[in-house]
Design a protein around this ligand. Structure first.
Ligand code: GLN
Length: 422
């Protein structure tokens, strides 16, 4: 079993000076690195070496960082445990025998184990926050449009953002300072947030902070996780914050809506992989349809195939209105519910994950259980909002994360609130 956080070790040194000149950084293997393999955890891209750097990688190198490796991940970002990787699973250094979470599990494990000072992950429905929570470190999912996705291999492009993973909130915020900002190569980036200073916001001052607690995100959660969550709320109240309950009825439909949208986008985004230039193509045998079909069946793992099939079904004539359009309507409702709740609160708090880390192998044959574990993280991607996961404590020796969600481009607020705990 692969226990390592890295798929490829590397040493790419950036400028000699800059805010990250002393930092080693691990980069998720779906973020393009020029001359260094970028596999997305898939046999389909095993031999793919990008001819250019992602914008975030350029920012890292300009800031002086040394990139030490590309990290293991669920194949194309599809998973919550890092076990769907074609290169085998990664073990959780903070909870031996357990998964590190996913899909950016290698990135969080590298940070938790001290193999890198900092790491980049990507978060489509929780893939930065879940592994941060399971490995006892900090992860930030930025507002949609704050960080360039140029050079990120798309899974579900309307939902995902690249985000930092670090041992402390201040270090995660320093990395966010480096990667945030508009990019002419990504038309979905925005100017908002350009004047923000995230690391400077990590001052731990929660005096007067109003925290809304969506009751739906505690329903059905593991008892020990809920207890740890309330301890963290007590701690923030002791430092001057206030809390109130809030209801977001749309959240009941969020995971379903997320999976319909994510799988639909995946079926379209992954259509480009034909196995011809790299991967397991096996050569042309006189029939292109059969050649592509074989390359795609051999090159993609079971979870990716499942999602391509379901996504194609949800988009097909006759079912489009029933599934895809309904999911988009639910997405709009979720967004509206969050906006209203954030009118009366500075941040919204919940456990990052409703459960402690799975044991290795435990959820592999049970996709529904794995999907439902994303109940607290996926709504935030549907609403395009920023969120941070900070360590809240442990239950039975297993790390528990606290999620704080802020208004659009309110990263300074979630960094300030999170830094009161970590
Ligand atoms: N677990 C979720 C999924 O499988 C989220 C993954 C992600 O954020 N990349 O889609």
């Amino acid at each position: 079993m692969a226990r390592d956080a890295f798929i490829t070790e590397a040493e790419i040194a950036g400028n000699e000076s800059g805010p990250l000149a002393d930092a080693t950084v691990a980069v998720k293997d779906n973020i393009s690195t020029q001359g260094v393999p970028t596999t997305c955890g898939s046999a389909m891209l095993e031999e793919y070496v990008p001819p250019y750097d992602a914008t975030v990688v350029e920012h890292l190198l300009d800031a002086g960082a040394t990139i030490v490796g590309k990290t293991n991940m669920d194949e194309f970002g599809m998973g919550t445990t890092t076990e769907t990787s074609a290169f085998g699973p990664t073990e959780n250094p903070a909870a031996p025998g357990h998964v590190p979470g996913g899909s950016s599990g290698g990135s969080a494990a590298a940070v938790a184990d001290g193999e890198a000072d900092l790491a980049l992950g990507s978060d489509t429905g929780g893939s930065v926050r879940c592994p941060a929570a399971f490995c006892g470190v900090v992860g930030i999912k930025p507002t949609y449009g704050l960080v360039s996705r140029y050079g990120l291999v798309s899974y579900a492009n309307s939902l995902e953002q690249i985000g930092p993973i670090a041992p402390t909130v201040e270090e995660a915020a320093e990395l966010l300072d480096v990667i945030a900002g508009p990019d002419p190569n990504d038309a979905t980036t925005r100017d908002e947030g350009a004047d923000s200073e995230y690391a400077a916001a990590a001052d731990g001052d929660v005096d007067g902070l109003e925290i809304g607690i969506p009751t739906e995100l505690l329903d059905g959660a593991h008892e020990g996780v809920v207890e740890t969550f309330w301890d963290a709320m007590d701690e923030l109240e002791a430092q001057g914050a206030s809390t109130h309950d809030v209801s977001l009825p749309s959240l009941e439909h969020a995971v379903e809506a997320y999976y319909v949208i994510a799988m639909s986008e995946a079926s379209s985004n992954l259509a480009r992989f034909d196995g011809v230039r790299y991967g397991q193509g096996g050569g042309f045998d006189g029939n292109w349809n059969e050649t592509f079909a074989r390359a795609r069946r051999d090159g993609f793992g079971d979870e990716v195939v499942r999602r391509i099939l379901l996504g194609t079904y949800a988009l097909s004539a006759g079912y489009h209105e029933k599934y895809y359009d309904q999911a988009q309507a639910a997405r709009a409702w979720v967004k509206q519910d969050f906006d209203e709740a954030l009118d009366d609160a500075d941040v919204l708090a919940s456990p990052t994950m409703p459960i402690p880390p799975f044991e290795l192998g435990e959820s592999l044959d049970d996709p529904m259980t794995m999907y439902l574990a994303d109940a607290n993280t996926t709504p935030v991607n549907l609403a395009d909002l920023p969120a941070i996961s900070v360590p809240a404590g442990e239950t039975d020796g297993l790390p528990v994360g606290l999620q704080l969600v802020g208004p659009a481009f309110g990263e300074e607020t979630i960094v300030r609130a999170g830094s009161a705990l970590a």
